[in-house]
Design a protein around this ligand. Sequence first.
Ligand code: BES
Ligand code: MN
Ligand code: ZN
Length: 499
Amino acid sequence: MEFKIKTGELAEQKSPCLVLGVFDKRKLSGPAEAVDKASGGRLTEILKMGDLDGESGRTLMLYDVPGLAAERVLLVGCGKRKELTRTLYRQAVAAAVDLLQRTHAGEALCALPELAPDGTGTYLAVRDAITAAADRVYRYSETKEDKQAPKTPLRRLTLWVSKKQDLDEAERAARHGAAIAGGARLAKELGNLPGNVCTPSYLADKALELEGRFEKLDVEVLEESDMEGLGMGALLSVSKGSRQPAKLIVMEYKGGPSGAKPVVLVGKGLTFDAGGISIKPAADMDEMKYDMAGGASVFGAVQAACELALPINLVGVVPASENLPDGAANKPGDIVKSLSGQTIEILNTDAEGRLILCDALTYSERFDPAVVIDIATLTGACVVALGKHASGLFTKDDKLAAEILEVGEIAGDRAWRMPLWEDYQSQLDSNFADMANVGGREAGAVTAACFLARYTKNFKWAHLDIAGTAWLSGKEKGGTGRPVPLLVQMLLSRSGAKT
Ligand code: BES
Ligand code: MN
Ligand code: ZN
């Protein structure tokens, strides 16, 4: 999908469809008022008929509106002006996209950014419209014929801004928005693919494909033999029970000065998590194909950084493996030695994410990172704590916490900070190894983070538990592309880009 920016008299704009907002009680929005005038009051007349009263998310398509160069006018309800939140604004854009895709329009000129809630500003209004629209247009079709696919998909969305002096800001927002949407799309698609397609090898191939697309991206894939040589006993122990070889995917983007320390993103790439010998219950186990969503978000963030040619250095590290029951699989009580030298007693083979992550985190040290952020669908406990609205954020570094919370807020992809106090560490005590891989029933999301903390002492580090935010269940089952928007916003902010 293509995004453009335009300004100028709305009534004179040629377009298959002009999208305008209507507030509660049939109040025309600023730009809609001007269009109404140009049409000789036709919009007001039609609204008087009562088919659209401005209720949030409702739509009405108009044809043959006089005085306009556009072929159609799509009115979108935006609710009460004072109650328009960012979420409702995004929903209004989504509603417009839905209706547009049921028509033959194929493209549209959208004036909704002018209505964005107070304090949003042109930049975010445009960027939000783009990411909301792209999110709506995405459809999974890799392994099924999409019978409900729109006959005429929305190919181009042009966002209209009223002031010429806002053009630069809007163009920048369009570039950033398109890159964020593209990254989120990649993350969704990888997540939605079934476990028998999206294997560790498949992810490795995707990384090599990315490398081919971007000059400044170097990809290296470590094989099991390489990992053995390094001593990644924790990661390899998870993959022992699988017939698919594990891969450690390393993507290095060098957009900054050669001496500049990189941001390192480490994403859990567990392409299917059956739990291993501590097998999971059958219900909803299919959703464990999304257990590589952290890794997928790293792919998305790396792609966005490349597309935007951000002037920073970035390393994406994705440990990829399956976790299955098998004669060769980890057994409860087994003890493995991690790359860091610390030993781990595996009391529950379903706590495998931390086992592959701890070795990937230790490996990250070699990049002399400015900061390391790991992203993982790590615990069901985090879903219980925060639900699907916020990712769990764990770090001991207050400044880093503030940074991540802020970029999440800007991106509309929020995280919420959880404790990482030493008080919880003793839950990981083991009589037979340096630590156990589980910490009991209490505070499961925290003890998982405490486990990772033992491997991240030599650098600035934060952990994002995305178990609740990475995908939706039920009728809407599908990847969300989160937390790509948060990650890309962080990269934008760190590279000094105006946002
Ligand atoms: N991938 C799961 C976490 C998960 C579960 C994410 C459900 C989303 C929904 C992870 O590998 C896991 O199995 N964690 C265990 C840890 C436990 C054994 C300490 C869990 O959360 O039950
Ligand atoms: Mn598990
Ligand atoms: Zn898992």
